[in-house]
Design a protein around this ligand. Structure first.
Ligand code: NAD
Length: 362
């Protein structure tokens, strides 16, 4: 029986519409091949929404997102909107989308593709075979804890304050995403904290440890964040799935991503307890190359693969899409950002066509 899914598309700004067009075409082909029916509904977000509606996340966009099975976002922002007040900036739309959909878990894979291993700034023998997924808590911790602010002390000196706080239930729900994600991968979970110094981290470690018996197939380890940062550079292959708090995850996911050396290849997923997840490339709107058919669409396509895997629970379709990305790279096809000697330089559209050919040959 045909499975039917409604997907909201948010192409956004800059290269967003170009890379989104490629992702939609490949999803259509996958749908035909695997008897999945996708209904796409496009909405305005970011600078495009500011220009058309005067705000970065119009209510109708959020409504469409809520009424869908998953949201595929490209990228938002650009020079044109940089000087606007904070509440009108494109990035504010992103925060609104996360809050509106209750997205508390951010999944950031960092996988070294064998064809691009020399793009990393680390030695081949250190990064070859790296396949890490960082699960970052997204709506709690020090970015949101109260009190926060800059206050005057009794002496008149100013004091800046942020509060790192987690409740047991907040830790439990992100912990479960960590364990369940590890179950879909190679069943190794490393929880990262600073339990030797921070009480909030001690509670984190206690809760994650308490969840472990519910996931007997997952091998759990704990690591302090300073050591984790060091180990990511020293021996990244020891990690599979990592779960950590908002601040530590922000830093570690960027560090892990950069092991791959190529920003045009990195997807991400943000998930809530229920309802649609949001899937988007890690890179921005690349205004410097927008409209020139130079963008690498592969991070967007890999984000679509994550959407198939994590929101639609269609692992075969996700595998197929990832395999197509592998095939086009094996064939020597490259966009400018990942170009190297002896390879074939393609534009965004041509890379899309190569992907579709690869899908037809699977
Ligand atoms: P960026 O990621 O847009 O670009 C950094 C560099 O990488 C540029 O040289 C760009 O050409 C290149 N690049 C990025 N993606 C590429 C791709 N798919 N193919 C080929 N090259 C690619 O970061 P930036 O320049 O710091 O930011 C540009 C705008 O994007 C800003 O307005 C920023 O606020 C916004 N931004 C949005 C998001 C998002 O939508 N989630 C994330 C980061 C930045």
């Amino acid at each position: 029986m045909t499975q039917h899914y409604r997907i909201t598309l948010l192409p956004g700004d800059g290269i967003g519409p170009e890379i989104m067009a490629v992702a939609v075409e490949v999803l259509k082909v996958i749908g035909e091949q695997l008897d999945l029916s996708f209904e796409f509904q496009e909405a305005l977000m970011g600078g495009a929404a500011i220009d058309a509606k005067g705000e970065p996340l119009p209510a109708e966009t959020l409504d469409l997102c809520k009424n869908s099975d998953a949201v595929l976002l490209a990228a938002i922002g650009g020079y044109k909107w940089d000087a606007l007040p904070r509440h009108l900036r494109p990035e504010t739309g992103l925060l609104g989308l996360r809050a509106g959909l209750g997205l508390f878990a951010n999944l950031r894979p960092a996988k070294i593709l064998p064809q691009l291993v020399d793009a990393s700034s680390l030695k081949r023998e250190i990064v070859e075979g790296v396949d890490i997924l960082v699960v970052r808590e997204l709506t709690g911790g020090i970015y949101f804890g109260q009190p926060k602010g800059i206050f005057a002390t009794e002496t008149g000196e100013k004091r800046g304050v942020n509060t790192m706080a987690y409740t047991e239930s907040e830790i439990n729900r992100i912990g479960r995403v960590g364990f369940e994600t590890a179950q879909k991968r190679s069943k190794k979970l490393c929880s990262v904290d600073k339990a030797n110094v921070l009480e909030v981290s001690q509670l984190w470690r206690d809760r994650i440890t308490a969840l472990a018996p519910e996931y007997p197939d997952v091998e759990l380890s704990h690591m302090y964040v300073d050591n984790a940062a060091m180990q990511l550079l020293r021996y990244p292959k020891q990690f599979d799935t990592m779960v950590t708090s908002n601040l530590f995850g922000d830093i570690l996911s960027d560090a892990a991503a950069m092991l791959t050396g190529s920003i045009g290849m990195l997807p991400s997923a943000s998930l809530g307890a229920s309802g649609p997840g949001v899937f988007e490339p890690v890179h921005g709107s690349a205004p410097d190359i927008a409209g020139q058919d130079k963008a690498n669409p592969l991070a967007q396509v890999l984000s679509a693969a994550m959407l198939l895997r994590y929101s639609l629970h269609q692992p075969t379709a996700a595998d197929r899409l990832e395999q197509a990305v592998n095939t086009v790279l094996d064939q020597g096809n490259r966009t400018g950002d990942i170009m190297s000697e002896g390879m074939t330089l393609l534009g965004c559209r041509a890379m899309g066509e190569a992907l579709i050919q690869a899908l037809h040959s699977v």
